[in-house]
Design a protein around this ligand. Structure first.
Ligand SMILES: [Zn+2]
Length: 404
């Protein structure tokens, strides 16, 4: 997902979707077929509803709360931009556009981003967040030729992402829905960008960037496209897992901290619902020594899968962090979603202080999570949800100097 993707500094909401039980082994994000026309092969057939408006030189590029430009038509092949993005224009703001149109995707995406921005703007610790761009339905693909000459094309689909810096500004990216997802019955009658939680999650990455000052993170999808084969997690992978947990929490609080925000959304429903104590596999969302060791181990390269979330995936570890972190906030006497979101910003600010002037490798996951601990009342909860680290946190030692 990383090396060839030009949108190098984005954080995606991408769900690591492996498909349903009958489609095991199918990554859902990584589409491999013999050469076909990409738009027909991989994506729904999106169209421009109002071509005369889109081509009109006098029409303005669409903007919205926190979004200073909307773009479409971007095409990238093997790391090269083959068609630059065009300004997305909507001449009649009151008009209802079809869901499969470029305009329809942009309008619903803008709506959910605006909701997240309004929620953020009501928090006491809000700052002057920079505006971002919104790009809908890009075609981003990579080709590979096997020894026998077979061309394999991989296209990024079924995902949402946040790029900290694309063309000089932050960007939210809405990837197309794949035909394969349609065939598999995934996300029936829903597109990921239509799920309010989804773009609120991406907005959470924007907030994380602002409050931690960490700008160097790669493009982050809402679900992983694939696990990258590597010797083990990089220091940035730990930051990304924390970033994912933060974004899950931000989306959860934006929409009232209610259970069931992801009901009916394949891959996310149980795995990413902050209130759910277990993954769909039955595995507990507890950061114990086993989970920490799995994340720290060399990458197997196996695709992440909806049916069996991998503890090597930043989104899975992020979900563990989000579940435990919400419990920590509750243990501190917080109930109201806005109060919890304010505590979330406080954590991000302390993360920024922790990271300041240090290389990523000097900041451990234990120390990042410890920054969320502000009161000894949280310690019993910390031991329950973060048992591998809680004993090392100074606030939670039973006696001064004692490490449990
Ligand atoms: Zn994310």
């Amino acid at each position: 997902m990383r090396s060839w993707f030009l949108l190098t500094s984005a954080a995606m909401l991408s769900a690591s979707c492996g498909g349903k039980a009958s489609h095991k082994g199918d990554s859902g994000r990584r589409v491999e077929v013999t050469q076909l026309v990409p738009n027909e092969a991989f994506a729904e057939e999106y169209f421009i509803e109002d071509l005369s408006c889109m081509q009109s030189p006098s029409a303005a590029v669409h903007t919205g709360l926190g979004i200073d430009q909307s773009l479409f038509g971007f095409q990238q092949q093997d790391g090269k931009v083959v068609v630059p993005a065009n300004g997305l224009k909507i001449c009649d703001a009151t008009r209802a556009y079809p869901r499969a149109s470029v305009e329809g995707a942009a309008k619903i995406s803008q709506k959910h981003l605006s909701t997240a921005r309004q929620f953020y703007d009501r928090l006491p610790s809000k700052t002057a967040l920079p505006d971002a761009a919104l790009m809908v339905l890009p075609t981003v693909e990579k080709t590979a030729t096997a020894d026998d000459g077979t061309v394999t094309r991989t296209v990024l689909v079924d995902n949402l992402a946040y790029a900290p810096s694309f063309g000089g500004e932050p960007m939210f990216i809405v990837f197309p829905k794949s035909r394969r997802a349609v065939k598999q019955g995934l996300w029936t009658d829903v597109n990921l960008w239509e799920v309010p939680w989804g773009l609120a999650h991406e907005f959470g990455h924007h907030v994380f960037r602002q409050h931690t000052g960490r700008t160097g993170l790669e493009l982050v999808p809402i679900q992983s496209f694939e696990l990258t084969a590597a010797a083990g997690p990089t220091p940035d992978d730990y930051w990304t897992a924390v970033n994912e947990g933060f974004a899950d929490l931000f989306a959860f609080y934006t929409h009232g901290a209610k259970k069931g925000q992801l009901r009916g959304v394949d891959c996310f429903e149980t795995n990413r619902d902050v209130t759910e104590p277990r993954f769909v596999t039955g595995d507990m969302k507890i950061l114990d020594a086993t989970v920490a060791a799995k994340f720290a181990a060399p990458r197997s390269g196996a695709p992440a899968n909806c049916d069996k979330p991998s503890f090597q995936d930043v989104h899975t570890l992020g979900a563990v962090i989000a579940h435990g972190m919400d419990q920590l906030f509750t243990a501190n006497g917080l109930v109201d979603p806005q109060a919890k979101a304010e505590a979330l910003l406080g954590w991000a600010e302390r993360l920024g202080t922790l990271a300041e002037g240090r290389p990523a490798s000097a900041v451990t996951l234990a120390s990042m999570l410890e920054q969320a601990l502000t009161d000894g009342r949280q310690c019993a909860t910390a031991r329950t949800y973060f048992p591998v680290y809680a004993g090392t946190w100074s606030l939670c030692s039973t006696r001064a100097g004692t490490v449990r």
